[in-house]
Design a protein around this ligand. Structure first.
Ligand SMILES: [Zn+2]
Length: 132
């Protein structure tokens, strides 16, 4: 079966389109976390952020900014932007997409899951593991 986001971005499947340029396509999430929740996808298929080339990602994030600016201006909302990769991260469709979520009362989506202050030894060990 064809990728649903490829079908939407090509105009072969219906969507509530709010933005389109040569490389990117933005449409309302039909299962919105809050009213105005928008998905921004590249027109070329890439399953996850690991699979998209740098130039396409730059163009995509530029589209994300356009959409976030628009939502902020039109809705008077704060805006959350998130992007998930893999099932445990919450990715439901295997085509790279950014969520642009208006944050406005009464529909505020709590996304911050901050834990307690981590011990410095743990932070140092993680830095050693992750740094380039
Ligand atoms: Zn696709």
């Amino acid at each position: 079966m064809a990728c649903i986001f490829c079908e939407i971005a090509a105009g072969r499947a219906p969507s509530y389109k709010i933005y389109e340029d040569a490389d990117s396509f933005a449409f309302l999430d039909i299962n919105p976390a809050a009213p105005g929740h928008t998905l921004v996808v590249p027109k070329s298929h890439a399953a996850m952020i690991f699979d998209i080339d740098e130039l396409s990602l730059r163009r995509l994030t530029s589209a994300v900014k356009h959409v976030a600016d628009r939502i902020r201006k039109v809705m008077g909302a704060d805006v959350s932007v998130l992007q998930n990769n893999g099932r445990l991260a919450g990715q439901g469709v295997d085509h790279v997409h950014f969520h642009v979520i208006p944050q406005k009362m009464p529909h505020v989506v709590r996304l911050g899951h901050m834990g307690p202050r981590a011990p410095d030894e743990d932070l140092k060990a993680m830095t050693e593991q992750l740094k380039f």
